[in-house]
Write a protein that binds this ligand. Structure first.
Ligand SMILES: [Zn+2]
Length: 456
């Protein structure tokens, strides 16, 4: 048993004092007690908060960050960014992919993310032929998580079509394509391969309504176990909504809710363009909306009506999606600022009288955990994984603040440099702001990126 002691810790959405945390050998919390003496525990300076789940990532896209910013025509949208992505994928093999994923997951840990939902659709070789081991690229995701120490929910993606109504995929999509039988074999093989791996969970992910069919979604749902997370991109751009209406007469969320039984296992990624009725449907079902505010801002997607959704007691979490910038604080800040700019008001999301930072952080932690590890309890309590972050008490954004102002200081006045130490399943992976394998990971990433820059 390892024991840690904190003067202040954010436990179950509230600040507690003199907190003693006991961790079992398997990395789960054996006990957590406030107003306790330190005894023989390791004493930490700073403020302890639970680790933030990152519910949506495409690892390889970290290497494209900044490459999609060449100004295009005035009607430039997500779809022009996607063309940059397809070009980039002509040059990415397994070794390059893993170097990028190592770097990315290290950056996530340094930003206070302790687990990630990897929405993984880069299955095949350049040109679309399968690797001799069909799990090759999935193994690389798992290896990156193991190397860096981040908790992983691997979401192999079913991607079969290029548009609503089972349209033939384009040549740029060759690396993503599986039919449903190939996909289910992949999921089963990954379930077997990850069974003994601590910190790795497998889910399923129909890419979107435009890249899968009604029959495929039903076939997948028929065979997945009751505790597997189910993630899907939905209603991210208006083009997708319009195409869905033209195809089915219904909006994307409306269509999905009429086809499947939405429940707490579902993560609806983006759900940017939803009606009041769709908001109610998602909230009532207990599905989680996966918000990716930095990416959604970068791609010009639009704003999810999060304040209306919270009024319906809806659950949401945050993801870094395109990985253009890795910052849990900035994801939450962007989410809040989007609503303020839209409504020309302040503090629209939190309940009156509560700290915005406390409210946003707690809600995102709970929603994220729910769809990365369905059935597991969220936050810091007995039986959950000991994922936690210690914030610097001597950072300018935190100096002189009361505990109830600490998360406001980090989210609205600070950034990743506020993060001092990070523990995943009780093991320390970031110390004094540095990852324990930072130099070797960064050096390999630099080499790969330099080589790639000559090919692009
Ligand atoms: Zn995505």
């Amino acid at each position: 048993m390892i024991k840690h002691f904190f003067d202040f810790a954010f436990v179950q959405g509230k600040w507690a004092q003199n907190v003693l945390l006991s961790i079992s050998a398997d990395g789960t919390i054996n006990d957590i007690v406030s107003n306790s003496p330190a005894g023989d525990a390791v004493k930490h300076r700073g403020y302890m908060v639970p680790g933030m789940p990152n519910l949506h990532s495409h690892a390889f896209q970290r290497a494209m960050a900044g490459l999609g910013e060449l100004a295009g025509p005035s009607d430039d949208t997500f779809w022009s960014w996607r063309r940059v992505m397809y070009d980039f994928l002509q040059h990415l093999g397994p070794d390059e992919f893993q170097a990028i994923a190592d770097q990315l997951y290290m950056e996530m840990l340094k930003a206070g993310f302790t687990s990630v939902g990897e929405f993984h659709y880069l299955h095949h070789q350049v040109g679309g032929a399968p690797y001799s081991d069909r799990l090759e690229m999935s193994h690389r995701v798992i290896a990156a998580a193991e190397k860096t120490g981040i908790g992983l929910t691997l979401l192999p993606v079913l991607y079969s079509y290029s548009g609503f109504g089972a349209q033939t995929p384009s040549s740029g999509q060759g690396r993503f394509i599986n039919d449903v039988d190939q996909y289910l074999a992949l999921v089963e093989a990954l379930n077997t391969a990850s069974k003994e791996k601590a910190g790795v969970c497998i889910g399923v992910a129909p890419h979107s309504l435009r890249a899968t069919s009604q029959e495929q979604i039903k076939t997948v749902l028929d065979v997945v176990s009751a505790d597997m997370p189910i993630h899907i991109h939905i209603a991210e751009q208006m083009k997708e909504v319009d195409d869905c209406i033209a195809w089915s007469g219904q909006r994307p969320v409306e269509w999905l809710a009429n086809q499947v039984e939405l429940d707490e296992r579902w993560c609806l990624v983006h759900a940017t363009h939803v009606t009041e009725a769709e908001i109610k449907t998602i909230a009532t079902a207990g599905a989680v909306v996966g918000l990716c505010p930095i990416t959604e801002a970068n791609l010009g997607d639009g704003l999810f009506p999060v304040n209306q959704f919270m009024n319906e007691k809806g659950s949401w979490g945050i993801g870094s999606d395109s990985n253009i910038n890795i910052s849990s604080a900035e994801e939450l800040r962007t989410l809040e600022y989007g609503q303020r700019l839209l409504h020309q008001k302040r503090t629209l999301i939190a309940e009156p009288g509560r700290s915005n930072g406390d409210y946003l952080y707690d809600a995102a932690c709970r929603g994220g955990r729910r769809v990365l590890n369905p059935g597991q309890k969220a936050g810091l309590q007995i039986g959950t994984v000991a994922d936690f972050v210690i914030l610097k008490d001597d950072h300018p954004a935190l100096i002189g603040k009361k505990p109830s102002q600490i998360l406001d200081g980090w989210i609205f006045a600070g950034n990743n440099e506020v993060v001092k130490e990070v523990f995943v399943r009780g093991k320390q992976v970031v110390n004094d702001g540095h990852h324990i394998q930072e130099d070797s990971i960064k050096e390999r990433f630099q080499r790969v990126m330099t080589d790639l820059s000559h090919k692009l």
